[in-house]
Write a protein that binds this ligand. Sequence first.
Ligand code: NDP
Ligand SMILES: CCCCCC(=O)/C=C/[C@@H]1[C@@H](C/C=C\CCCC(=O)O)[C@@H](O)C[C@H]1O
Length: 329
Amino acid sequence: MVLAKVWKLKSHFVGFPKSSDFLLEEEELPAIKDGELLLEAEFLSVDPYMRPYSVMNMKEGDVMIGSQVAKVVESKVAEFHVGSFVVSHAGWRSHSISTGDSLQALPSTWPTELPRSLALGVLGMPGLTAYFGLLEICGPARGETLLVNAAAGAVGMLVGQIGKIKGCRVVGFAGSDPKVELLKELGFDSALNYRSVSSLDAALAQAAPGGYDCFFDNVGGDFLCAALPHMKHRGRVSVCGGISMYNDVTSQKLTFPQLTLIFKELKVEGFMVTRWQHRRDEGIAALAAWVKEGKLQYRETVTEGFSAMPDAFMGLLRGDNVGKAVVRA
Ligand SMILES: NC(=O)C1=CN([C@@H]2O[C@H](COP(=O)(O)OP(=O)(O)OC[C@H]3O[C@@H](n4cnc5c(N)ncnc54)[C@H](OP(=O)(O)O)[C@@H]3O)[C@@H](O)[C@H]2O)C=CC1
Ligand SMILES: CCCCCC(=O)/C=C/[C@@H]1[C@@H](C/C=C\CCCC(=O)O)[C@@H](O)C[C@H]1O
């Protein structure tokens, strides 16, 4: 008999999540049947989408949504061997039973020098988000200028580096001076702290006096409104996320920049990375090759212990993380 630990949404978040909004429980798992396997989480992902998703799709008492790298500890499914690893969407659970449907097996050739947590980061959903969201929507060309915000996070850090690989001049905004220093180490041409600049408008102008061809937006809200007037004619904006709004209790009142969109003939396109699910292998192969060649660096913020899942999640929303935020169970 296995006792699984699970984190549930005790009370819907109001504004910024609080520890008391989460509930840790134990669940007794039955013995697995034919066609089932037992998984034990090794690394769990915390991601910004969990905050708006809780409002859209969850009720109090539901297990928190999320993906994890898990070890197969028992198996009655021929394709999954005991001791192998998979990416599972089991939520915030230490142990889970699966039929194998929608599990993503980690290759048995996973390089020993790469932590398996990368399957939740640069070699997983955030990596694919940066890769397809930038290349397919912005289509950055050599010599162009690319702007990215939340630039020291899981997605943003990769977007900026892929922009450099494609020959762009890259400007990144992040929320602390150490993050700004890191972005410069990673090859960003200009990096700024959006919390300490006296004017976002002036900072955007100073970092790229000629304007931006491409903008990968993770933040939305005021940042998006400030950035659009700095786009070049026929600029492309990849709308990836809106983290500045996820904890809002009342909707932000923003002036929609209709005339800017028209006169600059901007392309502004939102996306969900799942759009390119059919090209997953291609994306992962490209990202893995760049990592192997040393062209694409990754960073992770690893929080220790399944019991710290809410802390890791709240830390992510506060900006404590550098690169991908994960929890080692
Ligand atoms: N469309 C899609 O398919 C996908 C979209 N996304 C979106 O991409 C974005 C980045 O996700 P991900 O890389 O996983 O997360 P990150 O690793 O970037 O973590 C979130 C970061 O957002 C920054 N942040 C928090 N609050 C604010 C704020 N009010 N204004 C500006 N920045 C803020 C913090 O960094 P700082 O210190 O710089 O403030 C924090 O570290 C999110 O919006 C997410 O929803 C992610 C995956 C798929
Ligand atoms: C829920 C708001 C999403 C904001 C952007 C973002 O971070 C998207 C991430 C997705 C993530 C979404 C998970 C659940 C949303 C389901 C909405 C629904 O159809 O009910 C994950 O699926 C991969 C990223 O594309």
